[in-house]
Write a protein that binds this ligand. Structure first.
Ligand SMILES: [Zn+2]
Length: 323
């Protein structure tokens, strides 16, 4: 890649935009427009990450690392220079495309009785919740033509993973939840794999920007767990999309003083609780206090609430959670 192409890429992606899209927020403003906040590259407890938006450069007084947006992408995603470039290129084109796809799926939701029926079966009832999570439905077979009408090339759709190599919509009969930089699709059909993501990272913790300010946070495995808890008035809930944390999610939970309530599945093989114990040790080593919420056997937060428990009963489990 030529020097000029590198400069163009950097101009397309101001460092501050990229940082903000990855949940970074300044803690205070300094002279000449510079900003100071927690470092996203190490487990930081007092703001030591300096950003100069005018020059699109950063420097961390804690871990001593600094540079431009490409250097940041290398360190943040732990990849080499060429991979960092391709991630940044993808990021430029992907965000608007996923936004369009998610908008299309949202328009479909109420046109398909099977989709609404499935949501009801999983306890998702309130229009505010559907709006809050921007829930959509992928019937299959019509996203491609919609996006191509909007001017996207078939190649771009394939690269994003929205369309398969042979040209079909990748998501068929799936409830779709937009994530940051991805779309999660839950299958309605018992013969298809239940959980799917588009290629690429699943991103950070769900709705973290809103949740991070609570001193007590409830962490669940799945978005349907998140959904019913949010609907029941637990706004301090977040979701890791699986029972292990990626590096980014781990760093997010460590970004300030808080207690994390791990409300993982109480499944027969014990995998949810084993994962919760392991996570609790790892977070404890970083000074984050955790409690394990014990659900009745065979339940996850979704099934617990769907099968008749109310907010007060879940709150009781939270209050009696074990260290
Ligand atoms: Zn740092």
């Amino acid at each position: 890649m030529s020097r000029q192409a590198l400069e163009e890429l950097k101009q397309q992606i101001p460092l501050l935009d990229y940082l903000q899209a990855h949940d970074w927020r300044p803690a205070r403003r300094l002279s000449r427009g510079r900003l100071m906040g927690l470092c996203p590259l190490h487990c930081d407890h007092k703001p030591s990450f300096l950003v100069d938006p005018g020059k699109s450069l950063f420097y961390c007084y804690g871990c001593g690392r600094g540079g431009d947006v490409i250097r940041f992408a290398e360190l943040y995603h732990q990849v080499r220079f060429p991979q960092a470039l391709s991630l940044l290129h993808q990021w430029c084109g992907l965000a608007p495309l996923l936004h369009q796809a998610a908008g299309f799926y949202r328009m479909q939701l109420h046109r398909y009785g099977e989709a609404v029926g499935y949501l009801l079966q999983r306890g998702v009832r309130s229009p505010e919740l559907i709006e809050h999570m921007r829930i959509g439905y992928a019937p299959g077979g019509c996203l491609r033509s919609w996006l191509m009408q909007l001017g996207y090339s078939l190649q771009a759709l394939r690269q994003a993973g929205l369309v398969t190599a042979v040209g079909y919509d990748a998501y068929t009969r799936r409830i779709v939840f937009p994530l940051e930089g991805n779309l999660y699709g839950r299958s309605l059909s018992p013969s298809a794999p239940p959980h799917r993501f588009l290629p690429g990272a699943k991103g950070g913790l769900y709705n973290w920007e809103q949740v991070r300010r609570y001193p007590e946070v409830i962490l669940v495995e799945g978005l349907f767990d998140y959904a019913v808890l949010w609907q029941a008035g637990f706004y301090n809930v977040t979701c890791s999309l699986g029972n292990h944390l990626n590096a980014r999610q781990f760093q997010q939970l460590c970004d300030g003083p808080r207690t994390v309530y791990l409300a993982f599945d109480s499944d027969a093989n014990g995998s949810g609780q084993t994962a919760a114990q392991r996570m609790s040790r790892l977070l404890g080593a970083q000074g984050v206090s955790t409690r394990r919420v014990l659900l009745p056997d065979g339940h996850d937060p979704n099934s617990f609430l769907v099968q008749g428990a109310d907010a007060r009963q879940f709150q009781h489990l939270v209050e009696t959670a074990r260290p």
